[in-house]
Design a protein around this ligand. Sequence first.
Ligand SMILES: [Zn+2]
Length: 331
Amino acid sequence: MTELNRRSLLASSAAAGATVLAGGTLSTAQAAAPPAGKQAPAVYRYKVGTHEVTVLSDGARSFPLTESYVTNAPIAEVRKALEAAYLPPDRMIHHYAPIVVNTGSKLVLIDTGSGPGAFTQTKGELGQLPQNLTAAGMQAKDIDLVVISHFHGDHVNGLLDADNKLAFPNAEVLVPAAEWKFWMDDGEMSRAPKGRMEELFKNNRRVFDALGRKVTPYDWNKELAPGLMPLATVGHSIGHTSYVLASGSDKLYIQSDVTNHPDLFARHPDWGGFFDQDPVQAVATRRKVYDMLVADKVLVQGFHYPFPGLARVEKAEAGYRVVPAAWSPTL
Ligand SMILES: [Zn+2]
């Protein structure tokens, strides 16, 4: 029996290559097949009781890691964490994945991605939700409810189409009352620090003014659709909201942005991202939510987890490990 080790593995693949060349068995038709040059549609479906959940990627973007990305850890530590997860140590990758819940009576979209402006600006890396919605066999006009978790651009900008009209023309738009109150308050806006916060205030006015401010603010702990309960998970933003989707004995925790990339912020829950509005509260919320996810062994859907973002959470060292759920070919 041949012993399988690294040397024999490399040697055998080299030999296989040589055989093909010497034998000339590779048909020209196969060799000439043009590469697709783009990713296949990113759609994943699963059931929670009688609810059908469809995860639709809005894309992913990588950008250089900077000192200020994690606000309370040296960049060397952040690089180490990325390397430990087999990720490039000098770049950050952000993933984005809204979901559609079919409750049987309503089609509910939770968060909207970055919208058509971002699609153009990033040459298609972001703003992929509309094309993935089509790939999933759904149409924007069929969405009954759009539920927003918080007022950051990657969650609200997709409310508008390329003509700055409502991208989901028949949908009622539900927003967390606490987010609505904060971001639409002129006093809060006048006190906002220059830079990112000021830009966020302006962006929210751009989006919601285009909708004629026609939204329905919602309170936490009151069902939004059958089995869909919004929960306060503040810190990342002042009214940041997660959800429990329940049906029969099945339960899914939709964490929204309690953590961004799990290899950084679940493994190191005390790290703060520059995007956390109240970093101390964000850490407290993260630990509380993740301890609950571990204790209940509940499935979690993460907006910024690598696609499709369905996982379970376990304790690991000083933090948590997010373990992707196994892919299923059937519902
Ligand atoms: Zn986000």
